[in-house]
Design a protein around this ligand. Structure first.
Ligand SMILES: *Cc1c(COP(=O)(O)O)cnc(C)c1O
Length: 374
């Protein structure tokens, strides 16, 4: 993978803002609550290892990732806390997790039985830490009946190659103004929790949205903090944030080329933009291969505290903007973030692109160099 260190385009990641956002959430949780920092997908694009280290130093008890490879990358970089893989790991690779002390999500008895068979056959020695996933209505992974869940708990407790470390569920609508579906999920989750006489060490049900809008309904000891840790509102604009969040990232570049465009001259693929009068045009070294969506054609960026229109189509590696006056090569341009008193947020970009802030963030490609502020 090529990382563009020798051009000016960068994603500036404010690690101090990550700490601030975690502390804001901690303040509003009961005293013994724990936080798992959700750092899947390269920490929502911000950089897996630096974000995980920062979150742990800010008080997070553990980290959640989507796939086992992400967990191993954390272990290889000296992270020793609990690390939970949220997705289902192929059972034939699960011994790698056991060896690295990585916790896995399990959603069926079949999976446990197969691991038990492999463990006996191959003489695995280190126990595997298991979190049982409960599908209370997300419809993605996990146990849907208390009976199946109990059979899995019994199997875990009867076999030495497992440790029953946690149980959790995930909400489909915690970021919505209508809480009826959320409440049904909570009721179902509570049947599972109340059915056990002895709970595992980590019981978790809250994502960012639950930690933000349903704190009083949390029956669990751990919150999985994802997008709110990055300073973003999980609902987009539907609900007002109840934490004082600081956005963590800014996407910036500098002008790489400037010229006078004459009336009647056109710009970029398809020649869809034609200058009506003489104007200053700047080229930026960033395009859709960097994760700045091509459908932002027609949108705007910030130069010197002013909005400037994108001129013509966003290309793979470059794009053009219209300047209000001549600015020199090297002038800073903000594609996401603040300039003067104006801001383009991840939500603004998401709205323009017809998606959500999560996708804007995770799409910033590896070619964009990450710069860290502490
Ligand atoms: C991604 C994910 C989270 C984090 O979600 P946010 O909305 O970013 O807080 C929490 N739990 C599970 C199971 C996830 O997949």
């Amino acid at each position: 993978m090529i990382n563009g260190r020798l051009r000016d385009t960068e994603l500036i990641v404010d690690l101090g803002a990550i700490k601030h956002n975690i502390h804001e959430q901690q303040k509003l949780l009961p005293p013994n609550s724990k936080i798992f920092a959700v750092v899947k997908a390269n920490a929502y694009g911000n950089g897996l290892v630096p974000v995980a280290q920062t979150a742990i130093s800010a008080g997070a008890t553990g980290a959640c990732v989507a796939i086992l490879d992400e967990a191993l990358e954390l272990r290889d970089n000296g992270i020793t806390t609990t690390i939970l893989v949220l997705g289902i790991t192929p059972v034939e690779n699960a011994h790698v997790a056991a060896e690295a002390g990585v916790s896995l999500t399990v959603g069926s008895l079949d999976w446990l039985e197969e691991y038990h068979r492999l463990a006996s056959e191959n003489h695995y020695t280190k126990p595997l830490e298991v979190h049982l996933g409960i599908d209370s209505g997300m419809g993605r992974i996990g146990f849907t009946t208390v009976e199946d869940f109990h059979a899995a708990v019994k199997f875990l407790r009867e076999h030495d190659e497992f440790e029953f470390e946690g149980m959790f569920t995930h909400f489909a609508t915690a970021d919505s103004a209508d809480d009826s579906y959320f409440n049904r999920q909570v009721a179902k989750w509570e049947q599972f929790v109340n059915s056990l006489t002895e709970l595992p060490p980590f019981v978790h049900m809250a994502n960012s949205a639950t930690g933000m809008w349903h704190r009083e309904k949390i029956t669990a000891n751990t919150v999985r903090m994802g997008i709110s840790m990055y300073g973003q509102n999980p609902s987009g604009r539907e609900l007002a944030a109840t934490l004082d969040l600081k956005p963590v990232e800014q996407l910036v570049t500098t002008i790489s080329f400037v010229k006078k465009l004459r009336a009647g001259e056109s710009v970029s693929y398809g020649a869809t933009y034609t200058a009506k009068e003489d104007e200053w045009l700047a080229t930026l070294p960033i395009g859709y291969a960097d994760g700045y969506p091509r459908c932002m054609t027609g949108y705007k960026v910030l130069v010197d505290g002013q909005f400037c229109d994108i001129a013509g189509r966003v290309c793979m590696d470059q794009m053009m903007i219209r300047l209000p006056k001549r600015y020199p090569v090297g002038t800073k341009v903000v594609l996401m973030g603040r300039s003067g008193d104006k801001e383009i947020s991840a939500n603004d970009l998401a709205e323009q692109a017809g998606t959500i802030n999560y996708e804007i963030m995770t799409n910033i490609s590896n070619r964009v160099h990450r710069t860290y502020l502490s």
